[in-house]
Design a protein around this ligand. Structure first.
Ligand code: NAD
Ligand code: MG
Length: 372
């Protein structure tokens, strides 16, 4: 085995390991074997990932005597839909499975979220394993058990909390990921520093550029730190009754921006989070909760790596504060028309702020639309 790191997500009898390291795909069979009940797995992947990594994973599992079938789905957010949920279930059931079979999600957040939800539903629940292949899925979506699909009424509105049995994050697979996707995942990495770990943010200020440019040691360290942070929060609050909400820093703003761009590639999720975090700092500053220098510092860092920090950085879109505010008010996380945000008292000092005055939200949106 090559040098790898392991984090445990402590959830009683649903606890599981996250294994992080290089060349893990070659050794995945050895890791998967003890984590499954039977001797069969079905790999679910997408058309971009399959030609790159499916064979390696398959061979590695077969070498350990595991019987492997695979299902390849189209790449992209539209696959996280009711129609692919149904298609995937039918394809799996046609393979005459029993409850000992395990699904293995090989891909980004789209494949992971869909596969997890299918695993939660088939035969009232079968095991699944996450092998995330994007930076975003390695640091965020593969850990914590939020699974689901989109409805025509909105994103992620159908789903379940359902934990995987194992997560394998192979840093080498990030080599083939487009740079824009690396940066989108990086925004979520920075988020962990800003929530509750200022030391990690300081480390990212120093090494983030090299990390984004491809440095594997730094990538591994960032995935490790991010997953430890998420694992700790999820172990304390699995179903988001309180502190898990801190992971939504930047997401109330971000989600409104994505709603406006139709969850298209005009604005990737991580890009919306970069903007959303900047707006959350702006709002915290306006409410005199954090210092101006903190707000400037995080904008400087995001823009240094090439992430957007002002709404005007996203061309071709006429952002309107009122429309964005309405998106926030109709968000599933908004309760009784009261706007809740994750705000900050400084870097690494986030907290849940309830009942924020919509006027202040409009002010920061308008500022970020004009400023440059
Ligand atoms: P994605 O799964 O669409 O992957 C992005 C693109 O990269 C796709 O085209 C994919 O085919 C391609 N790709 C994947 N791995 C590759 C590789 N190694 N090399 C080359 N290309 C590769 O997107 P994503 O950003 O990974 O995930 C986004 C999804 O995750 C959204 O649906 C979002 O809602 C969800 N999400 C879920 C959670 C959660 O807690 N469950 C958290 C955050 C995001
Ligand atoms: Mg996110």
């Amino acid at each position: 085995m090559t040098k790898h790191k392991c984090i445990n997500v402590a959830l009683g009898d649903r606890s599981y390991d996250i294994i992080i390291g290089c060349k893990l795909l070659d050794e995945a069979g050895i890791l998967i074997k003890p984590a499954i009940r039977g001797e069969r797995i079905i790999i679910i992947t997408d058309q971009n990932v399959a030609p790159l990594y499916l064979n390696t994973l398959k061979l590695s599992a077969e070498k350990e005597g595991i019987k492997v079938k695979e299902i390849i789905l189209p790449a992209g957010e539209q696959t996280k839909s009711i129609s692919y949920f149904e298609k995937l279930i039918d394809q799996i059931l046609a393979l005459k499975i029993d409850r000992k079979v395990a699904l293995v999600a090989l891909g980004g957040g789209v494949i992971g979220d869909l596969t997890g939800y299918v695993a939660a539903s088939i035969l009232r629940g079968i095991d699944f394993i996450q092998i995330p292949t994007t930076l975003l899925s390695q640091v965020d979506s593969s850990v914590g058990g939020k699974t689901g699909i989109n409805s025509k009424n909105g994103k992620n509105l159908i789903g379940a909390f359902y934990q995987p049995r194992l997560v394998i994050a192979d840093i080498d697979v990030l080599d083939s990921l487009p740079q824009r996707e690396i940066l989108a995942g990086y925004a979520e990495v920075v988020k962990y520093g800003l929530i509750n770990n200022s030391e990690f943010f300081i480390w990212l200020e120093e090494f983030g550029l090299e990390l984004c440019a491809g440095n594997k040691e730094y990538r591994q360290r960032a995935v490790l730190k991010s997953c430890s942070s998420k694992a700790e929060i999820v172990a304390k609050d699995e179903t988001e009754q309180n502190m898990r909400a801190l992971l939504n820093l930047g997401h109330t703003f971000g989600h409104a921006l994505e709603t406006e761009t139709g969850f298209s590639n005009k604005l990737l999720h991580g890009e919306s989070i970069s903007l959303g975090i900047c707006l959350a700092f702006d709002l915290s500053l306006l409410l005199e909760l954090c210092s101006k220098s903190d707000a400037v510092r995080i904008r400087n860092h995001f823009s240094a790596v090439g992430l957007p920090t002002y709404l005007s950085d996203i061309s071709d879109i006429d952002w309107d504060a009122n429309t964005l505010l309405n998106h926030m008010l109709s968000d599933k996380k908004t309760e009784n028309g009261k706007l809740n945000f994750i705000l900050v008292k400084g870097i690494g000092k986030s907290f849940i702020a309830q009942n924020i005055n919509p006027k202040n939200v409009q002010i920061v949106i308008e500022q970020a639309n004009q400023q440059r």
